[in-house]
Write a protein that binds this ligand. Structure first.
Ligand code: NAG
Ligand code: NAG
Ligand code: NAG
Ligand code: NAG
Ligand code: NAG
Ligand code: NAG
Ligand code: NAG
Length: 739
């Protein structure tokens, strides 16, 4: 038994020394001697080494992306950004970038300095290192985003709260006064952007400014003085350290070797090509050191000269790419690398040793396989979580305790819906399938989208953040979401009485009074008006139709499916390029401009009004050419003055006709070709409210003139947008730079 223990401990010793050897060999390969450059090229700029593939001037670099400029004052520039250090073996370089800020003073109002950096050209293979940099937001009540072409990442820094005993602390950047979040992989450009709803107008006396920076994590330590003084900005405004990863080109090793437009980088003998998802780089093979990008750049390491990194207790002999360590005659090498005099050993010892070793090895391998599988799964989940902006959401939820919004795990939802069983399907929407589920005895509706486009993906966390705060009795409540899957899953409250579509067009032919129809219309209009006004930018529904209006136990309307809608874009590049919606409800102007506006929702709502009045489907494939679309049929009948033909007979009687005509007039306003001429949703809701109230007053229909004045003169009131949603202009002082 004692022997056994000794042997296994020897084995461990051997393994650990092997690992150490590997590690030190790799580390030593990075130990570069004199800087390798092309003949006749400058190797330094000031005191910064410029190793090939970088070069000062286009003749000296491997390709145009690596050309640097050394100015007369010895500043090394890439474009207009100053490079401070280059590491060829690590594939990194350091540079000075810019910080952004948002400051308020009553005298000047809100002022912004929004920094941006752009390396997104075809030849530039530089990426913001996701490992070495962080997105840092400093301030009291500051939500800032890094917007890049592929991702939007935001971070929220909240205020000190002495009641909660939560105060900002030096060196701690975890949400209070300071927040940090990872830079996503593969980012080549960004714009900084402060959410204007989070600002210092309330706290400017103590905290005048908020800051945002994409910077080297190691170079930053939070200091509470950053909150109250301009110290952070003074220090970093133009010299913000940033670490960039670089590759030779955005190609795989195989593609690069076959590429005819750019020279292949790994030209030294004994060099290897290494690749990752961004592109390829080169390194000297094991046992060699130097610069793999130049001919003969990788030279053999003479391991015998360095007995610390390459220990050898015996006679050391250097070989190409390796070394041998042997013992003189009569001695043998022990596992710890020391020469010992030979002694007679019994045959049992190696046998036992070997079998113990095999057992340990097998256990070790299976453990590590299992561990790796688990880690892989976890990493995938985390990747999706991050992609969908989960961290932003998480930060926000932490700061707003008591918010009734939950992030669910995939398992929880699988359990709730019996593994998304077909029996549980409630319906198929345009964007996915809705399942009935039971979560801790509460019935919920679980929506699993079929696809998600890139645009939606990066906005998802931001969108959830806003949707989670929507609270209106006529809007289906979003209870939570699951972000750790490829396509996020949404969890809504369950509404029991089906859709408005079913009620109107179902086979029951149930009698529905005009006042019920007006109530449902009014409630839905209120809900959409609320969506348009509760957030900035406004939330657009984008797919209003009778099958998206659900009815609860008391037949109260609940608008659903706004989870798939996008937030109104606030800059031109964000316009959606894909027109989505449902036939019969689509705003013709939206189809032409591809730009969804509040007025597109108004148009779709007009069609729902028609459905309520006529009990006809919005789109009828079997109809005649010009009668396929309900709205077109309605408009042409209206022109001919034959509207009476189209209204549902159930509601046509002398008492109602006034209100039906008013509602039809409202629908026509909503269906105006030009969005600008349509009323706002708020105006539609107000009008419907007035109609309902008027209907409840028995005297109203006895005196038509009075009714008219009560209802107001629509054309004078509704056409001009009242400008409730005007966009506030920001003061941007442009400290902008890039390539
Ligand atoms: C190098 O930078 C200086 C200073 O910005 C500029 O004047 C000069 O044109 C640049 N040279 C090249 C080759 O880009
Ligand atoms: C606040 O926190 C500090 C340290 O974490 C603790 O010593 C102190 O008792 C706390 N005060 C209150 C009121 O919770
Ligand atoms: C600051 O935020 C508040 C909401 O928190 C908003 O009402 C106000 O308009 C914002 N001020 C500016 C100048 O953006
Ligand atoms: C914070 O900044 C102040 C003022 O510059 C300095 O005196 C203090 O040492 C800093 N504290 C830490 C922990 O860095
Ligand atoms: C940037 O920082 C420098 C000090 O490094 C300061 O002189 C300058 O005024 C700052 N710029 C702005 C716009 O605040
Ligand atoms: C590189 O290796 C090839 C054969 O693999 C050899 O012919 C050539 O001389 C070597 N070049 C140098 C510079 O060592
Ligand atoms: C390592 O080399 C140095 C000088 O070459 C020598 O003094 C030292 O004894 C050697 N150490 C070992 C462990 O061989």
């Amino acid at each position: 038994m004692v022997k056994l223990i000794i042997l296994s401990s020897r084995l461990v010793l051997f393994l650990s020394s092997a690992v150490w050897w590997c590690w030190t060999t790799l580390a030593a390969a990075g130990d570069v001697g004199p800087v390798a450059v092309r003949p006749g090229c400058q190797a330094r700029c000031g005191d910064i080494d410029v190793p090939y593939p970088f070069g000062i001037g286009s003749r000296c670099a491997i390709h145009s992306g690596f050309v640097l400029n050394c100015t007369a004052t010895n500043r090394l520039l890439t474009g207009t950004l100053e490079v401070t250090k280059i590491s060829e073996p690590d594939g990194k370089f350091w540079m000075n970038s810019f910080a952004s800020r948002q400051c308020y003073s009553p005298a000047t109002g809100m002022e912004y300095i929004n920094a941006w950096v752009n390396f997104r050209t075809s030849s530039s293979p530089f990426f913001f290192s996701p490992v070495d940099n962080n997105i840092i937001v400093i301030g009291c009540n500051s939500l800032a985003y890094m917007l890049s072409n592929s991702y939007t990442v935001g971070c929220l820094a909240t205020c000190d709260d002495s009641h909660d005993n939560t105060t900002a602390k030096n060196g701690v950047c975890a949400g209070i006064g300071c927040c940090q979040v990872d830079v996503p992989k593969g980012v080549q450009n960004y714009d900084s952007f402060f959410n204007e709803n989070y600002n210092t107008t309330q706290t400017w006396r103590k905290y005048p400014c908020n800051y945002m920076a994409v910077m080297e994590t190691a170079a930053f330590s939070f200091n509470t003085t950053y909150l109250t003084t301009t110290e952070f900005f003074d220090r970093y405004n133009t010299s913000l350290p940033v670490v960039m990863d670089w590759v030779i080109s955005k190609k795989t090793c195989k593609e690069a070797k076959e590429d005819t437009t750019l020279p292949y980088g790994c030209i030294s003998n004994n060099s290897d090509c290494i690749e990752n998802e961004l592109g390829y780089r080169c390194k000297c093979s094991r046992g060699y050191k130097g610069n793999p990008y130049v001919k003969g750049g990788c030279t053999d390491i003479d391991e015998c000269l360095d007995n610390v990194t390459y220990p050898c207790g015996g006679i050391c002999t250097n070989t190409l790419g390796n070394y041998e360590c042997s013992c003189p005659q009569g001695k043998h090498m022990t596992d710890s690398g020391v020469c010992m005099p030979n002694q007679k050993s019994t045959w049992v010892m190696p046998l036992v040793g070997a079998s113990v070793g095999v057992v340990i090895l097998v256990i070790g391998i299976s453990c590590s396989c299992y561990y790796r599988e688990r880690r892989k799964l976890h990493k995938i989940k985390k990747k999706y979580f991050q992609q969908h902006g989960g961290f932003l959401l998480f930060e926000e939820m932490k700061s707003k305790q008591g918010i009734a919004f939950k992030i669910f795990s995939e398992e929880e939802l699988e359990q709730a819906t019996n593994k998304f069983d077909e029996q549980q399907i409630l319906g198929h929407g345009g964007h996915g399938t809705v399942y009935k589920g039971v979560l801790k005895s509460d019935v919920v509706a679980v929506k699993r989208c079929t696809t998600i486009d890139e645009q939606q993906k990066k906005e998802f966390g931001k969108e959830m953040l806003i949707l989670s705060q929507i609270n209106h009795r006529n809007i289906v409540k979003l209870l939570g979401c699951c972000l750790e899957v490829q396509v996020p899953i949404l969890v809504y409250e369950f509404i029991p009485n089906g859709t408005l579509f079913h009620l109107i067009h179902g086979d029951h032919g149930q009698h529905i009074s005009l006042s019920t129809r007006l109530r449902i219309a009014h409630e839905s209009a209120e809900a959409v008006a609320y969506l348009h006004s509760c957030a900035s930018p406004p939330i657009l529904h984008g797919d209003i139709k009778s099958s998206n209006i659900l009815l609860d136990g008391d037949y109260m309307a609940k608008v659903s499916d706004f989870g798939a809608s996008i937030l109104a874009p606030n800059d031109e590049s964000q316009f959606v390029t894909l027109v989505q919606g449902t036939c019969g409800y689509l705003d013709p102007e939206y189809m032409q401009t591809c730009q969804l506006t509040e007025k597109s929702d108004v148009y779709s709502f007009g069609v729902v009004l028609l459905e309520l009045l006529t009990r006809k489907k919005a789109f009828n494939l079997e109809g005649l050419e010009h009668e396929k679309s309900l709205s077109m049929k309605f408009l042409s009948l209206m022109k001919e003055g034959k509207l009476v033909d189209i209204f549902d007979v159930q509601i046509q009687n002398d008492e109602n006709i006034e209100y039906i005509q008013e509602t039809a007039a409202l629908a026509r306003q909503c269906l105006e070709m030009c969005g600008e001429n349509r009323p706002t949703m708020k105006e539609v809701a107000e009008k419907l409210d007035r109609l309902r109230k008027a209907m409840q007053h028995p005297w109203a229909h006895q005196n038509p003139e009075e009714l008219d004045s009560l209802l107001g003169d629509w054309s004078a009131e509704g056409v001009v947008n009242t400008g409730n949603f005007s966009i506030e202009k920001e003061v941007v002082t442009g400290l902008k730079s890039g390539r």
